[in-house]
Design a protein around this ligand. Structure first.
Ligand code: PHE
Ligand code: FE
Length: 298
């Protein structure tokens, strides 16, 4: 899950559902999928598990199996250790059963949402250790690529690492930091941090680079690309560098940032961002493909 990134439209006040669908990426020929009328004020809704068809369960299983087969050597150990918590892939998991396990492990739960939600609503849920998961699954013809996050991306990509205590704490801190960034009008900088860590982060391990970002781990092609391709640049984690760097939403990333550990990530993001946002605004933006002499390349 990822909050809708475009600026909020007027009725879309403070992340409270007032019956208007959130804006999504780009300019909409496509209305967002999902029934926002059924959502509560905090954008959560019922999963309606019994509404999934046999074909949808089967699509989930095929997505899961394709992805699980390529995890060894490409996904980080923490992810591989926890992915089994999603349960047998024969059916789309029931969120309530998954939440029970997650609650016991790290105090997190998963909650259903109709799709992309506004930033403030997204941050508020994370700050409460509630991870919003899209209820619907992509169409069969979207097997290889889906533009908006669906239940497969949200569950398979994001939920395993919520079983890791350090990463779980990072996600909550991010949510709280998001609420603060909204007040400081710094959401764009914080969104870049999310993008280059939670969605597309790499981690250096003794065995080599591995993926921990959900956007990579749930992608059929980008998992290999991010870890093995000679094309993208891979740069050591640098908070201000990340906050300055634009990102691509419609192709593989041309830049990935590499952390040494979740502890490094948690500690580097612990300081008050208020002065950092000011510095970043002053330093200016960098293109997604830009290189700097100060980059610590892998
Ligand atoms: N330390 C950040 C702040 O003061 C909050 C934060 C923590 C943001 C972790 C992102 C990730 O705003
Ligand atoms: Fe996501």
């Amino acid at each position: 899950m990822k909050a809708a990134m475009a600026p909020a439209i007027e009725n879309f006040h403070k992340g409270v559902n007032q019956g208007v669908a959130p804006v999504t990426y780009g300019h909409g020929e496509r209305p967002p999928r999902g029934d926002y009328a059924q959502a509560r004020a905090d954008y959560t809704c019922e999963q309606d598990w019994s509404a999934y068809t046999a074909q949808e369960h089967d699509l989930y299983r095929r997505l899961y199996e394709r992805q699980a087969a390529q995890l060894p050597g490409l996904a980080c150990e923490e992810f591989i250790a926890a992915v089994g918590e999603l349960g047998a892939p024969a059916q789309i998991p029931r969120f309530d059963a998954l939440s029970e396990k997650l609650q016991r492990a790290t105090g997190w739960e998963v909650v259903a949402v109709p799709g992309l939600i506004p930033e403030e609503a997204f941050f508020a849920l994370l700050a409460q250790r509630r991870f919003p998961v899209t209820g619907w699954i992509r169409k069969p013809e979207e097997f290889d690529y889906v533009v908006e996050p669906d239940v497969f991306h949200d569950l398979f990509g994001h939920v395993p690492l919520l079983f890791n205590p350090m990463f779980a704490d990072y996600m909550q801190a991010y949510g709280a930091g998001g609420l603060k960034a909204s007040r400081l009008e710094a959401c764009e900088y914080l969104a870049r941090l999310y993008w280059y860590t939670v969605e597309f982060g790499l981690i250096a391990t003794p065995a080599g680079l591995r993926a921990y970002g959900a956007g990579i781990l749930s992608s059929a092609g980008e998992l290999r690309h991010s870890v093995l391709s000679p094309d993208p640049q891979r740069i050591g984690f640098d908070l201000e560098r990340i906050m300055r760097t634009r990102y691509k939403i419609d192709s593989y990333q041309s830049t990935y940032f590499v952390i040494d550990s979740f502890e490094q990530l948690f500690k580097a993001t612990a300081p008050d961002f208020t002065p950092i946002y000011r510095r970043v605004a002053h330093a200016g933006e960098l293109g997604a493909e830009q290189r700097l002499d100060s980059d610590r390349a892998y």
